[in-house]
Design a protein around this ligand. Structure first.
Ligand code: SF4
Ligand code: SF4
Ligand code: SF4
Ligand code: FES
Length: 589
């Protein structure tokens, strides 16, 4: 790209042609306030006007998030005129805002408050009518509160870009405009997959996860035996909440924090990830041997399962019947663990710490129980765990590294760890399937072809001369490509991994917010690289493990020997498998 000459605040710079003023300024070390613009134009409605600057060649002030730089342009960011205009824009946003910051889930991460602070905007300057509020907390996963919405459109763009489903849009006109599902339905009356991608980009508290911290507090107070488990992706991102660089794995500190928070046992969902692989790889081999329905598709992402039930209700027999790992672990805690420790399962309360808002919904599904007991009782996101830790006064960064409880379900392999990144479940399953088919471990251990952050990947795996074609998709826009092939009878694949969120769980809707304005120590292009950095944290942990294939987990072997029998046994089916059903996309109100 050709370079052009510009001046910012009188200082000469050379920047790439074609950049917006905001992008060029960022390259030159300036951060112009912005709200509606996000992620290299993923959303650029230019609706908030908090990025106004003066620029030669333009008439009046321009929105720097959309206005391109030009040869010889002189830009003034801090002129009194530009600063006053930005302040006024923020004050107008505040005038139509509920401002109940103390109760707001976004407090501490709110971009509107941050921009108000740096522009010197004052609340209450323009008093008057406010847009009527629309509120929705009917799903177990999400809360939508338009009293905090600034109509930036980021959520609308993210939902469409990730999934192509367009659940959210602008409703009504003029001063009454709100962002909501069509006809102002609740998320529960739409095919929203509850992934929380919209929450992760919302600059304010207009979209948030439905917190279950109070449920956990109540169980602790009631004297329940509260067991916690953490998904692999949590350790790759939790440190960001405590100022650590993106990609810092904090496994040991996370365990130490959970122990100090008073959980009776601290387990890793990786144990059940290994268990999932045992069940899933055997299910796949069974389907291959017995001419079963192929391709088989993974089922550990509840966002993906929701999508399949809404959009491909006629193809559900392709999904593995395996429950997701945290549901399996919950079922094993309330059966095997309860029996071993002589605890009444009714007194056990299982908490899952997940990168995902859809798992809050999943654990409420009627199928996710055994003998009248829920597998999992509460799901907290990574962000909610950070809140719990901060609330308790624990100095996270000073914690020592501690180990998960080791008894009966403390062991895990590298295969379990990599579940958190797109391609990870596939790789873990291939490690075990390779062993099952050849009686030997795959020499390289890694299956490089299934790694990487592309939304759609395919690979050919040669096992004993048999070539298996596999595919991996994350984000439902990509899943649709593979599902349409299946529906048309043209799928060349044997096994497919699908994850709801782009990049997999490391980019789940419950992970810490990645907002460049709050990350002064990160690269300016962090939105391009944060998924790779988090994934790398998991791949490094895989490499540090002595055991790297699920079938070599000795506690999993013991679980089968003492309790489940063998993979896909009757008991395993009772506890670890489930079924799916087609769901209406827009049910009658
Ligand atoms: S969105 Fe921000 S400004 Fe609005 S109530 Fe929440 S914390 Fe306060
Ligand atoms: S939760 Fe996911 S599917 Fe639902 S509106 Fe948000 S981005 Fe779209
Ligand atoms: S809900 Fe959030 S992301 Fe969506 S338009 Fe409102 S403020 Fe923007
Ligand atoms: S960030 Fe430029 S108009 Fe909103």
């Amino acid at each position: 790209m050709a370079k052009i000459n510009i001046k910012i605040e009188g200082v000469a710079y050379q920047v790439e042609e074609g950049l917006t003023i905001l992008e060029a300024a960022r390259e030159c070390g300036y951060e112009i306030p912005s709200l509606c613009s996000f992620n290299h134009g993923e959303c650029s409605l230019a609706s908030c006007r908090v990025c106004l600057v003066e620029a030669t060649g333009a008439r009046g002030l321009v929105a720097s998030c959309v206005y391109p730089v030009a040869e010889g342009m002189e830009i003034k960011i801090s002129s009194p005129k530009a600063a006053a205009a930005r302040r006024l824009s923020v004050e107008l946003l505040l005038s139509n805002h509920s401002m109940n910051c103390q109760q707001c889930e976004k407090n501490g991460h709110c971009e509107l408050l941050y921009v108000a602070q740096i522009t010197g905007a004052r609340e209450g300057k323009f008093l008057g009518a406010k847009t009527p509020v629309s509120y929705d907390d009917l799903t177990p996963s999400l809360v939508r509160d338009t009293s905090k919405c600034i109509l930036c459109g980021r959520c609308v763009a993210r939902c469409q870009n990730a999934h192509g489903t367009g659940i959210l849009g602008f409703e009504k006109r003029g001063f009454s405009t709100i962002v909501a599902p069509a006809a102002e339905r609740s998320f529960s009356e739409t095919p929203c997959i509850l992934c929380g991608q919209c929450v992760s980009v919302c600059p304010t508290g207009a979209l948030s996860e439905k917190s279950e911290i109070e449920k956990v507090d109540a169980a602790m107070l009631a004297g329940k035996h509260v067991v916690v488990q953490t998904a692999p992706a949590v350790r790759a991102a939790l440190g960001e909440e405590f100022g650590l660089p993106i990609g810092t794995a904090v496994t040991g500190k996370m365990v130490a924090a959970l122990k100090r928070l008073g959980f009776a046992k601290v387990y890793d969902t990786n144990f059940a990830a290994d268990l999932t692989i045992m069940e899933e790889a055997n299910e796949l081999l069974g389907r291959i041997k017995n001419d079963g329905v192929l391709p088989m598709i993974t089922s550990c992402s509840p966002g993906w399962v929701n999508y399949a039930e809404y959009y491909y209700g006629d193809q559900l027999d392709h999904l593995s019947s395996c429950k997701s790992p945290h549901q399996m672990q919950g079922a094993i805690i309330k059966s095997y663990y309860a029996e071993k420790n002589n605890i009444d399962p009714k007194d056990i309360f299982v908490v899952s710490i997940m990168p995902c808002t859809a798992k809050k919904f999943e654990k409420e599904r009627p199928e996710m129980e055994c003998e009248g007991l829920r597998d999992v009782d509460a799901v907290l996101t990574t962000r909610e765990l950070a809140k719990l830790i901060k609330r308790s006064g624990i100095n996270f960064n000073k914690l020592p590294d501690e180990e998960f409880d080791q008894d009966i379900m403390g062991e895990y392999t590298g295969a379990g760890v990599i579940f958190g990144a797109t391609g990870g479940v596939m790789e873990a399953a291939l490690r075990t399937a390779y062993f099952a088919l050849t009686g030997k471990e795959h020499e390289a251990i890694k299956f490089e072809a299934v790694r990487g952050m592309d939304g759609l990947k395919e690979a050919e795996i040669n096992i004993n001369g048999n070539v298996i074609k596999v595919a991996i998709a994350s984000g439902m826009k990509n899943a649709k490509v593979l599902m349409d092939q299946i529906r048309d009878g043209k799928s060349p694949y044997t096994f497919i991994e699908i994850m709801g969120c782009p990049g997999g769980c490391i980019n789940g809707g419950g992970q810490p917010y990645v907002k460049p304005m709050f990350l002064p120590n990160e690269d300016t292009n962090i939105l391009d690289t944060f998924k790779q950095k988090r994934a790398q944290a998991l791949y490094s942990e895989d490499e540090r493990q002595t055991l790297r294939q699920s079938h070599n987990n000795t506690q999993i072997q013991a679980l089968y020997k003492e309790f489940l029998g063998e993979p896909n046994s009757h008991k395993a089916h009772e506890l670890l498998h489930t079924h799916y059903h087609s769901r209406e996309r827009f049910p009658e109100k």
